[in-house]
Design a protein around this ligand. Structure first.
Ligand code: NAD
Length: 386
């Protein structure tokens, strides 16, 4: 089915469900979900719950209660299924992997919107200030994929430091020249490693780095580490950002995207990095300036950059992060955005989304940790110091 047909079919399904809603006026709420297209993989693998095909596994449950459920991946432009149905949806479910960007302009048009649920972690695709102003709650399935991301961070650190990608590519080309790889391969042991953002994911990364015997672990965050984690990992807090980056051999970014982190890693700050440092970003692409990072990798100021998050998703074919390389031909560990959408993570965020909806339908309080924006106010300190 073409994208257009899929969108039309989805729209018609919405109309059909509206009829159902008319029969059950006290129960029917319009729930709109923007998910990523799973294609053949989603047909073969039902545990790919976060896809348009498998619909978070909640269609039957929602419809059995008389609710209308629109699911689409068609999210760009005023004629998209997303923007058409947003006009009267009460609940919006989105995922960071294929973000339905809820701008201030769209918030103004979403007259019936009461709740936004992020199936996953990270709600920067929603204009949170606009949600505060309009009394729209924003909820995440907090913690649902933090282990998945922390594991990815570990993999990304290791593949950069050990120069894995060029080694693997060499093997696939049918070649064998150990020195070409070994000349830029190091051990993680004895390195200074820092996390920018030391919340749930940052803490898990610090814990997982312990057995590698780093020289020192550092963190930069306006909130101190949870005391139990601080006692376990003995990471030193550095309060000045330039000082922080200048001391690290490896930096991992684990802070949300907000006005205080957007473009934070730019040419100015990159000058203060140790020459040849490695940078891992599984938080959000727009925390790093695209061109400045690419230039730093190309010049060798960064020995490598790895991550799964991009300033535009899906990333265009000519995005410089797809192709950038350090002067020795390595240093690129980019993947599509998938670290937080492992099958294990999908089971957790699908279940968490259902729980949030159930609480809302029954008028029960939400889990406090899941509330990013409550009615009329921020309920978290993670999205900037307010
Ligand atoms: P969290 O709220 O537990 O922790 C975020 C930490 O960042 C907090 O301690 C906060 O104080 C800190 N922070 C905020 N602004 C900062 C700044 N300007 N400088 C330094 N520290 C700052 O969140 P989490 O669960 O650890 O997730 C962090 C982010 O990771 C999410 O917001 C999301 O963007 C990203 N994420 C990515 C994926 C993926 O699949 N790649 C999955 C989940 C989360």
């Amino acid at each position: 089915m073409s994208l257009l047909n899929a969108s039309t079919a989805a729209f018609k399904r919405g109309i059909a469900s509206s009829a159902l809603r008319a029969q059950a006026p006290n129960r029917g709420m319009k729930v709109l979900a923007v998910l990523y297209k799973g294609g053949e993989a989603a047909k073969q693998e039902p545990r790919l719950l976060g896809t348009v095909e498998n619909q978070l596994g909640i269609r039957e449950w929602l419809e059995s209660q008389g609710h209308e459920y629109i699911v689409t991946d068609d999210k760009e432009g005023p004629n998209s299924v997303f923007q058409q149905h947003l006009k009267d949806a009460e609940i919006l479910i989105t995922t960071p992997f294929h973000p339905g960007y809820l701008t201030r302009e769209l918030v103004d048009k979403a007259k019936n919107l009461k709740v936004c649920v992020t199936a996953g972690v990270g709600s920067d695709h929603i204009d949170l200030d606009a949600a505060v102003e309009k009394d729209i709650q924003v909820l995440e399935v907090t913690g649902s994929n933090v282990v998945s991301v922390a594991e990815q961070v570990m993999m990304n650190i290791l593949l950069l430091v050990r120069n894995f990608v060029p080694a693997h590519e060499m093997i696939q080309r049918g070649e064998w020249q150990v020195s070409d790889i070994a000349r830029n391969a190091y051990d993680l042991e004895g390195k200074v490693i820092g996390t920018l953002g030391a919340g749930r994911i940052g803490s898990l990364v610090l814990e997982r780095l312990q057995p590698f015997n780093p020289k020192e672990l550092l963190y930069y965050d306006y909130s101190p580490l949870r005391s139990d984690v601080a006692a376990k990992v003995r990471a030193r807090r550095v309060e000045d950002l330039k000082e922080f980056v200048s001391q690290c051999d490896i930096i991992t970014i684990n802070a949300p995207l907000h006005e205080g982190t957007k473009g934070l890693i730019n040419a100015d700050l990159l000058k203060h990095f140790k020459k040849g440092a490695w940078l891992v970003n599984t938080a959000r692409g727009a925390i790093c300036n695209t061109e400045d990072v690419a230039a730093a990798v190309e010049s060798g100021q960064l020995n490598g950059y790895a991550g799964d998050v991009w300033n535009i998703q899906p990333a265009p074919k000519d995005h410089p992060w797809r192709y950038m390389k350090n002067p020795l031909g390595g240093g690129n560990g980019m993947t599509p955005h998938y670290s937080g959408t492992t099958l294990d993570a999908q089971a957790r965020y699908a279940a968490g989304t259902k729980q949030i909806l159930e609480n809302y339908f029954k008028g029960k309080p939400q889990e406090p940790a899941n509330i990013i924006v409550g009615v009329g106010k921020y309920e978290t300190k993670s999205y900037g110091q307010r």
